[in-house]
Ligand binder design. Structure first.
Ligand code: 4NP
Length: 144
């Protein structure tokens, strides 16, 4: 799960997916990262922590980190939150096999529409909407 700062959207995506995985007793590896380094080491934004908590999910153990090229090897699928993240991550991909792992998160619910998860950083009311988008997108991962 990749966004810009790894403090708002992708920590929510990580927390939601891990929660669903736990509920189903699955053993998948999930992590999140930001294309930027500015917030590395920080806990998620308090507004992300709060919305997750309202849905019974604790994301306070997460710490932000920057996306690394090694992540292309570590993960089978890489979900990016918006088209800027998509460009940044693809810029780091050196192999077609790596590029093929990268996908917009909202392609899961709205295939082919190039939809982005809006950056809620400057919009206190955006976190609830973002949570619901990510929750629906994560649900689709269990359908196949
Ligand atoms: P995120 O949100 O990419 O969803 O973690 C942001 C967090 C911080 C900044 C931008 C977006 N920032 O500019 O510091």
């Amino acid at each position: 799960m990749v966004c810009l700062g790894n403090i708002c959207r992708s920590p929510l995506a990580e927390g939601i997916l891990k929660h669903k995985i736990r509920q189903r007793g699955l053993d998948w590896t999930v992590d999140s990262a930001g294309t930027g380094h500015w917030h590395a080491g920080e806990v998620p934004d308090g507004r992300s922590i709060a919305v997750a908590r309202r849905y019974g999910i604790d994301i306070t153990d997460q710490r932000a980190r920057q996306f690394q090229p090694a992540d292309f090897e570590r993960f089978d699928r890489i979900f990016v939150m918006d088209t800027q993240n998509l460009r940044e991550v693809l810029r780091l991909a050196r192999e077609a096999e790596h590029r093929a792992k990268v996908q917009l998160m909202l392609d899961l619910t709205h295939p082919g529409q190039d939809r982005s998860v809006p950056d809620p950083y400057y919009d206190d009311d955006g976190f609830e909407v973002v949570f619901r988008m990510l929750d629906s997108a994560c649900d689709t991962l269990f359908h196949d």
